[in-house]
Design a protein around this ligand. Structure first.
Ligand SMILES: Cc1cc2nc3c(=O)[nH]c(=O)nc-3n(C[C@H](O)[C@H](O)[C@H](O)COP(=O)(O)O)c2cc1C
Length: 247
């Protein structure tokens, strides 16, 4: 049985939550959860919910500490996140970073902080958690990107690490799958999906994802040139087929 009782995922692909769209982010998340087998899991799809942008009014810091001025679906999302043993940020790379659908949730987390700044052991400014002694959940980044090179994850990984530091989350790993165009070719990514499930099993049973499994998932299987030659004819056909049609 998994060490994780409650897992909460934010699935920030615009295509997730609608099976006919076949979101790769969601397919990865489903496989990972299959391997992890937590007692309870909850997946949020922010684009299918009412979650407004943070207004930056700081009501949650000064007027009603810990309570956001906006009444929408974020209240429930926060309640669930606050109880999670493992938080999964499942986001495709959109313009080199987290999708807006994921980020809107992250921005709405600031009510959990005390505005009074503390300075940590490295001399860096932090906002302490409002509720001292609050649990520090583990957190996992799960992402895919359209280009073939794994370095397209550089910014989202760096952002994820900063988020974990500032939100007091303990990093549980990163599952990164490049060249998303190949995931739609029958059987091409079967081994990658099997490895994503294995990563879930490893995290559940050993408390961490082995570097071999994470590397296998992130490994580029086609060079940039090969990927270009493979994908462009398909994209050209698709463009011809769809021209004149409304999407
Ligand atoms: C708005 C948008 C921006 C994107 N930006 C990037 C990018 O900067 N780099 C990249 O490699 N792929 C980019 N992609 C491709 C997606 O990361 C890729 O198609 C991913 O598989 C989408 O996940 P999904 O199937 O769950 O929607 C972008 C896609 C969209 C829709």
């Amino acid at each position: 049985m998994s060490e994780f009782k409650k897992v909460v995922a934010v699935c920030g692909s615009s295509r997730a939550g609608r099976p006919e769209e076949n979101s790769l982010t969601q397919r990865m998340l489903d496989k990972f959860l299959e391997g992890l087998a937590p007692e309870q899991s909850r997946v949020f799809f922010p684009h299918l919910m009412q979650i407004a942008y943070c207004r930056g009014c700081y009501t949650c810091w000064f007027k009603t500490p810990g309570i956001c001025a906006i009444e929408d679906d974020m209240a429930e999302t926060r309640r669930e996140l606050d109880q999670a043993d493992l938080i999964i940020l499942a986001s495709p790379v959109y313009v080199d970073g987290f999708s807006a659908q994921t980020k809107v949730v992250l921005d709405r987390i600031i009510p959990m902080f005390d505005p009074l700044i503390s300075v940590d052991a490295e001399g860096h400014c932090r906002h302490p958690l409002l509720q001292a002694g609050e649990r520090r959940p583990r957190a996992l980044l799960l992402s895919c990107c359209g280009f073939s090179e794994a370095d397209n994850f550089a910014q989202i990984r760096s952002h994820f690490r900063a988020i974990c530091r500032n939100l007091y989350w303990q990093r549980a790993g990163e599952i990164l799958l490049p060249a998303s165009g190949l995931a739609f070719v029958p059987r091409k990514y079967d081994e990658k999906f099997a490895a994503i499930k294995k990563a879930g099993e490893e995290l559940s049973q050993q408390g961490e994802i082995s570097p071999e499994t994470a590397d296998f998932i992130a490994r580029e299987i086609l060079s940039a040139r090969q990927y270009q030659e493979f994908l462009n004819p398909y994209f050209s056909r698709l463009r011809k087929q769809q021209q004149g049609k409304t999407v």
